[in-house]
Design a protein around this ligand. Structure first.
Ligand code: NDP
Ligand code: MG
Length: 385
């Protein structure tokens, strides 16, 4: 029987990579749902290519366009009616939505899927306690898609977390790893968008340039694997060949490496797939003999210091951090602030006294998270940038 699959955020970088893999194996998969925010043209193209009847598009213009386009398609404007859209439990869902808006769809779809692969790191960072409850209740299997976490997950392979002595995730260091600190003032948006090893959506590309992405990934790792912050370290590794290292208590150290191509973790998260769908390169001895791993230069990348102030237990403060960064990265993408101000303001807002109390408060439901996000955005606007 064909595996039934839903792809949330199918028009983005991760979503398209998954479509690329699946379209080569149409006999094995039936796509039952695709979703997007604004890009109705791509969504419509994908629905025709893979014969998908159910589409969700949140933007009104896109919704109206698709609604008029075809009577045969079931078009929805939100994620509230997943119970009606999906009959029974499907086999696999990929959540590849960008941003905190991905959390509600994650929570809503867990009960309708046997496996949920989550690339949407904002869900994992802000709503992990809500996600884990739903996963347990619905016996849904979770697979992390972020490459470092997919590697850690593969290396741990269900072993008891007590056996872990230390987790390491790698950072390419982004486009500025070799730039002298005195030149950071001159960084332009176009420089920050030129990632040396990964090809990703714009938002995460900027987070990779500032290394805020690694702050988020350490939180992600702490949540997923249940190990304290002091046991998680970041290593810079410009070649992006190694993704994770684990030192176990028995002295064994395991390293996972693969080419810097998100299709590798994405394909390996799929149920029952052959390995013929993506081209892989042979072992790269040149890189292996020149791995070049280092600790992060926090003088160049001061946002890494934010990790020192995070609460050990998941809290609403993570929502604050995600929201501050999200708002400011968008201002940077719109060229309303420069790189230096981006870093300064992320630091400034995250240290705001009023926000610190949230380090001791846990989200009871998704509304708590969204309400706080709105408040933080309001507060940032009222203070001004
Ligand atoms: P993109 O920006 O390329 O794509 C995002 C997708 O989400 C698009 O389909 C977009 O639709 C949709 N979307 C955007 N806003 C909303 C919204 N408010 N509600 C519903 N859907 C929305 O992102 P990426 O593919 O780069 O990243 C997706 C997630 O995966 C992020 O959380 C990112 O951090 C994570 N990730 C990505 C990696 C990568 O290599 N790209 C690597 C590791 C993690 P539309 O096209 O219509 O705007
Ligand atoms: Mg990553």
């Amino acid at each position: 029987m064909k595996k039934k699959i839903a792809i949330l955020g199918s028009t983005g970088s991760i979503g398209k990579s998954l479509i690329d893999i699946i379209k080569k194996d149409k006999k094995k998969f039936e796509i039952v749902l695709l979703t997007a925010n604004k890009n109705y043209k791509e969504l419509y193209k994908q629905s025709k290519l893979l014969n998908v009847k159910n589409l969700i598009i949140t933007d009104t213009k896109g919704y109206n366009f698709l609604k008029n386009k075809s009577k045969k398609l079931n078009i929805h404007s939100d994620y509230k009616k997943l119970n009606k859209i999906l009959k029974g439990k499907i086999d696999y869902t990929m959540n590849a939505i960008v941003g905190l808006d991905g959390l509600e769809p994650t929570l809503n779809i867990i009960q309708k899927t046997k496996i949920i692969a989550i690339a949407n790191k904002e869900s994992i960072i802000c709503g992990w306690n809500l996600i884990i409850k739903k996963l347990k209740k619905n016996k849904t299997k979770f697979i992390p898609v972020d490459s470092e976490h997919f590697s850690l997950w593969s290396l741990i392979n269900g072993q008891d977390k007590k056996k872990i002595d230390k987790l390491y995730i790698t950072a390419s260091g982004g486009p500025f790893i070799n730039l002298p600190k005195k030149k950071f003032d001159k960084i332009k948006l176009s420089d920050a968008l030129k990632h040396p090893t990964w090809n990703m959506g714009q938002k995460i590309t900027i987070d990779s340039a500032t290394l805020m992405n690694k702050v988020f990934e350490v939180i992600e790792a702490k949540n997923i694997f249940g190990v304290p912050y002091k046991k998680i370290s970041i290593l810079t590794h410009p070649k992006s060949y190694i993704h994770a290292i684990i030192k176990f208590n028995n002295g064994l150290i395991k390293i996972l490496l693969h080419d810097p191509d998100m299709k590798i973790p994405i394909q390996n998260s799929l149920p029952d797939i052959g390995n013929k769908n993506i081209k892989t390169k042979s072992l790269n001895l040149k890189i292996l003999n020149n791995l070049n791993l280092n600790t992060v230069d926090v003088k160049k990348f001061p946002l890494i210091n934010l990790l020192d102030k995070l609460p050990e237990k998941s809290s609403l403060y993570e929502t604050i951090l995600i929201t501050i960064n999200d708002n400011l990265v968008h201002k940077f993408l719109e060229k309303k602030i420069n790189y230096k101000r981006l870093i300064y303001l992320i630091n400034k807002f995250s240290k705001l006294r009023e926000f610190q109390k949230y380090k001791k408060i846990k989200a009871k439901n998704v509304k708590d998270i969204y309400r706080l996000r709105n408040y933080v955005s309001f507060k940032m606007n009222s203070i001004g940038i």
